[in-house]
Design a protein around this ligand. Structure first.
Ligand SMILES: Cc1cc2nc3c(=O)[nH]c(=O)nc-3n(C[C@H](O)[C@H](O)[C@H](O)COP(=O)(O)O)c2cc1C
Length: 342
């Protein structure tokens, strides 16, 4: 129980509703600072950024809030099959031509500047560091712990929770399939089945004793209550903040969520070669089910198209990440969204 209290205290949090990390634009320092002012706390999103860009974001919040976290994509490569990559690239070429962009002809397999970002975090020593996609390597975890960071692991099943506990992580972000954005699953080829968030929290709490932040599809105060009653210390919300005044969500993504109803949330690998939650658009209508597994190669393959579509403000060809609560998303200040949940 003692560690549990530490997590929220370390984040300087007065309410059990945190703002989740959202890489690719939505999470900006202003979002984290607004959450903090509202008595919550937020995670900066280190994914896709250079170490320098991450350092600049940390500098913008460090000392300005009671506490905050920083999230990283832990290297967990799923190498793409070269022939399947070439075939998917071929399918995407007409769309690339339409936007006048080049698609990488050979798969790009990188680690998202992992070591450089760990170095930045060891130097900056944020109160909390969280990881998704997989566990951090032992050496990096040790350095971050020595720097004084509390370590949180995103897990999507009791089995992953056990692995995180065995690796000595301090707390868990338990993420259900109802979450927007990439699943943190350790096994993208076998993502866990859809289980209601409270049931998943209960199963994880039965498996391990670590404190839990629950995420995925939280849209109402009743959802918050159900997750807490299932044993979570706090919840984290992502989708609900995508249209927040303080979020950095690109206009195409905003337009995609604020326009007409796009139907239920679905899980797709079409944009990145890794399962992720989003809503329907023309890209998914054309390509869902056609991408090979392969992260980050497929992410880099579709990225020029998504960037061009975002620049054109076109929601039909960007990844409209969203959780099952997407119909509850409102354009309003972060504080109002959080107040409605607490
Ligand atoms: C646009 C978007 C980007 C995301 N990026 C990240 C990320 O960089 N790291 C991460 O651990 N989770 C990421 N997630 C998942 C969230 O941290 C969180 O688990 C999820 O938003 C919770 O479900 P909800 O969207 O239904 O609230 C992202 C989610 C969204 C919607």
């Amino acid at each position: 129980m003692r560690v549990v209290v530490d997590l929220l205290a370390r984040l300087g949090c007065r309410v059990p509703v945190l703002t989740a990390p959202m890489a690719g634009g939505p999470t900006v320092p202003a979002l984290v600072l607004a959450a903090s002012e509202a008595g919550s706390a937020g995670f900066l999103a280190g994914g896709y950024k250079t170490p320098d860009a991450l350092a600049a974001e940390i500098a913008a919040v460090h000392g300005q809030t009671g506490g905050y976290g920083v999230n990283l994509f832990a290297p967990s490569p799923v190498p793409v099959d070269p022939a399947a990559y070439a075939a998917y690239r071929e399918l995407l070429l007409p769309l690339a031509e339409r936007y006048g962009v080049e698609l990488p002809s050979v798969p790009v397999e990188d680690d998202d500047h992992w070591q450089g970002k760990v170095d930045v975090l060891v130097g900056a020593a944020p109160p909390v560091v969280s990881f998704t996609f997989g566990l951090p390597d032992e050496g990096s975890a040790e350095r971050l712990r020595a720097a004084g960071c509390l370590l949180v692991q995103t897990v999507t099943s009791p089995e992953e929770a056990r692995l995180a506990a065995d690796a000595g992580l301090d707390a868990l972000a338990v993420q259900s399939a109802g979450a927007g954005g990439h699943s943190g699953t350790f096994t993208p080829e076998r993502p866990p089945p859809r289980v209601p968030l409270p049931d998943l929290v209960r199963a994880v709490r039965t498996a391990v004793g670590l404190p839990v932040v629950a995420a995925g599809g939280i849209a109402t105060g009743a959802d918050v209550r159900a997750a807490l009653e299932a044993g979570a210390e706090a919840v984290a919300v992502g989708t609900l903040l995508l249209l927040a005044d303080e979020a950095g969500t690109n206009p195409a993504h905003r337009a995609g969520l604020a326009g007409g109803d796009r139907g239920p949330q679905l899980t797709t690998t079409a944009f990145s070669g890794r399962p992720a939650g989003g809503v329907m658009n023309a890209f998914l209508a054309a390509y869902d089910g056609k991408a090979p597994l392969g992260y980050p190669a497929v992410h880099h393959l579709t990225s020029p198209i998504r960037r061009a579509a975002a620049a054109a403000g076109n929601p039909e060809h960007v990844n409209l990440w969203a959780g099952t609560g997407h119909r509850h998303v409102r354009s309003q200040p972060v504080a109002e969204t959080l107040r409605a949940l607490v």
